[in-house]
Ligand binder design. Sequence first.
Ligand code: ATP
Length: 210
Amino acid sequence: MSVAIFGGTFNPVHNGHLRIAIELAELLGVDSLRMIPCALPAHREAPSASPEQRLEMLKLGIGEQSQLLADDIELCRDGPSYTIDTLRAIRAQIGDSTALYLCVGMDVLASLDSWRDWQQLTDYCHIVVSSRPGYQVPQSGALADWISARLCDDLPTLKQSSAGKLHLCNLTMLGISSTAIRHKISTGEKIDYLTPAAVVNCIQQQHLYE
Ligand code: ATP
């Protein structure tokens, strides 16, 4: 048994998120990957859709897919959503010996050193990074040193421990972003096939991002 989490604003969730989440669940061999919308992002302005609306869209987007799970753990806390708090809470639930994977895109890794207590993240989990066009592994500075001290190319080796390493992987990054979806809606363009039909319907019914 191991646990994988994939956080984001999911404003709104799209097929890029869902495809990578499925591939990560399969790569890591977890029964389910928990997708965790943040309540209040720590490093950007408040999203235009409420946390409840973003969670509802995430649940609709996941639909019947049993490998993915919408987890409201950050919505149940007040104040900014810090990943370190989420990791501590999950680690307390699952105990020390269960592997915990924090899945992020390369864009996120590049700014990891702006996160609260970032140097302690791998005390609680492994970090699994999927490449994203236009973003590179940081090459110099404290973050680059921190990454190279934890790098592990061999997934079976990483899976033998419950936390402490960082793995880079090449999975399918679809050229879709929430920003592009919100922009299309605001200019009256269709968003079909960028996100599941149930999410498109929800956005239309609630007049989100118009
Ligand atoms: P925005 O455009 O509002 O910044 P976003 O589309 O980048 O949003 P987020 O919710 O900020 O989505 O991202 C959550 C996680 O999903 C991050 O780890 C990010 O790297 C990853 N991600 C975002 N878009 C894609 C995509 N097209 N393919 C794979 N992963 C993605």
